[in-house]
Design a binder for this molecule. Structure first.
Ligand code: BG6
Length: 498
């Protein structure tokens, strides 16, 4: 029997994401032998490409990303899989070219199709409706092994707030079933983010300590050195809370805080994440105001495309809590910003201090209590910080020391793959574990909304200025200082001296 073909259809093929992430990831997957033999990839956009000029553009993109990645032979094998179907997918008749190409590829067989919406978010509803209207959304159950599936990957942002996210969910679910929908949060595709689960649930060492009895607080930092570049159109309307907190940071928090699912499968995993979000209180706007500090890098207002009276924050620090048995009373401090001192994403678990120290210490001195840092990027690894005795000193001198694990040493010959490789692979395999379910998305918006109001309503403070190349604002420091805590940047401590 002929094997059903699989086609990945990328809407928004002339966009940045396609050339910087999607096609390079598919090309690398092909080099690793991870794409099905009979797969085709069709780009759809309004730009006047044909197959050849589209391939050329993609080849140039891969070469410019990394010369190491380029391999003529691999490209020549991959390129024939790539095609282009010009059209405006959000209009009537805009899918005609694509339909013709799919017909030729599938040649009467029940083909599998993975649609990827890499377009401006306002086009999501129209494209989904068109796919539905033309009968391109429903899976056709081709045979026992089930070829003929249709899946839809949707990029972030998923909505602008709770009500837009809900209505987007409604529109999409009119045409696709929940189990056909793959909402991307690319952070979940990062190796080290998945390693968080492995670290917690494939080891016994830390899990007994992973609760309010032993943990004082948790910090999650996603710092970027980049500024908004040429993304003002999007960013000035979104800001740091929509861009990073509603999705990436809350997802990290869920992985740190969730209970162990019984099985590594989409629903058990997503159920546990949703339980964490459910246990987080939705604050009033006034409470939210007390729990957030925002900032804006100096020069933001001069960025091209930013509104002159913009109040959009490019940095925020937020204190969340989780009201359940495990976490009650343990603050989760999240911060993220653009234009910061270093690119570093890390989770820091600050353990409680020993209840009593028997060692003679100078009056007023204290020790650095145990902490564990899980570094997500760029120096992927795990650091466990504990106290040691400095040898050959007068008396007992206590100093913090690090036990370190670095991916770059442990897996010296392995290049950490791009998150999109993993996510595309999973979507092809029908595994939605690392994608977000509609209830998760809606609850995340519910939790973020008071903070949006607190920073956007008429009482909102203008975000505090910070210099590019620093780690944020004094307000963010005060948020922790009021409880005698301070931000920890393991990444910063390890930043090589320039
Ligand atoms: C995206 C945001 O989702 O994540 C960007 O829209 C941000 O503003 C990016 O720069 C960060 O991703 P990464 O993988 O570089 O940490």
């Amino acid at each position: 029997m002929a094997i059903s073909p699989t086609t990945i259809v990328i809407f928004g093929a002339s966009g940045d994401l396609t050339s910087r992430k999607l096609i390079p990831s598919l090309y690398r997957m092909d080099r690793k032998g991870r794409l099905p033999e009979n797969i085709r990839i069709i780009g759809v956009a309004r730009s006047p490409f044909d197959d050849d000029s589209f391939r050329l553009k993609m080849a140039d993109a891969i070469k410019s990303l990394s010369a190491d990645d380029w391999n003529e032979e691999a490209w020549n094998k991959f390129a024939p899989r790539l095609g282009y179907a010009r059209g405006d997918a959000s209009t009537d008749g805009g899918l005609e070219n694509l339909q013709n190409q799919l017909e030729t590829i599938e040649n009467g067989l029940p083909g599998n199709r993975l649609y990827y919406l890499s377009v401006a978010p306002q086009l999501y509803p129209e494209i989904t409706k068109n796919l539905g209207k033309l009968g391109m959304a429903s899976s056709v159950d081709g045979s026992a092994s089930n070829p003929g599936w249709r899946r839809l990957i949707i990029e972030k942002p998923f909505g602008h707030d709770l009500s837009t996210a809900k209505s987007l969910n409604r529109v999409i679910r009119t045409h696709f079933h929940e189990d056909q929908i793959y909402r991307i949060d690319h952070y979940l595709g990062k190796e080290t983010v998945q390693n968080l689960l492995v670290f917690r649930f494939a080891n016994t060492l830390f899990e007994p300590l992973w609760n309010s009895n032993y943990i004082d607080h948790v910090q999650i930092t996603v710092a970027e050195t980049v500024t908004i570049g040429n993304r003002a159109d999007y960013y000035d309307n979104a800001g740091i809370l929509r861009d990073m907190f509603q999705n990436h940071l809350l997802q990290l928090l869920c992985l740190v805080a969730m209970e162990a699912p019984a099985r590594y499968a989409a629903d058990p995993l997503r159920n546990e994440k949703t339980k964490v979000l459910d246990a987080m209180p939705v604050f009033s706007v006034e409470e939210a105001r007390q729990r957030i500090a925002t900032g804006r890098y100096q020069g933001y207002l001069n960025e091209r495309g930013v509104k002159p009276n913009s109040q959009t924050p490019t940095f925020a620090a937020v204190e969340f809590s989780i009201d359940n048995w495990r976490w009650r009373g343990v603050p989760f401090y999240l911060r993220s910003g653009k234009g910061m001192a270093l690119r570093s994403s890390e989770v820091v678990i600050q353990f409680r201090c020993p209840p009593h120290l028997m060692f003679p210490m100078p009056p007023g001195s204290s020790i650095q209590c145990n902490r564990l840092a899980i570094c997500i990027q760029p120096d992927e690894g795990i650091h466990l910080n504990f106290i040691t005795k400095e040898p050959d000193r007068d008396g007992t001198v206590l100093v913090p020391s690090d036990m370190e694990f670095h991916y770059r040493n442990a897996y010296a010959n392995v290049k950490i793959p791009e998150a999109y490789e993993r996510l595309l692979q999973d979507a092809l395999n029908g595994d939605a574990s690392l994608f977000m379910r509609s209830d998760e998305i809606e609850r995340s918006w519910e939790l973020i909304e008071p903070f949006l109001l607190a920073t956007e309503d008429s009482h909102a403070k203008i975000p505090e200025d910070y210099h590019i190349g620093t780690m944020g604002t004094a307000g963010a420091d005060s948020l922790l200082a009021k409880n005698g805590r301070s931000w920890i940047s393991m990444g910063l401590a390890k930043k090589p001296k320039d």
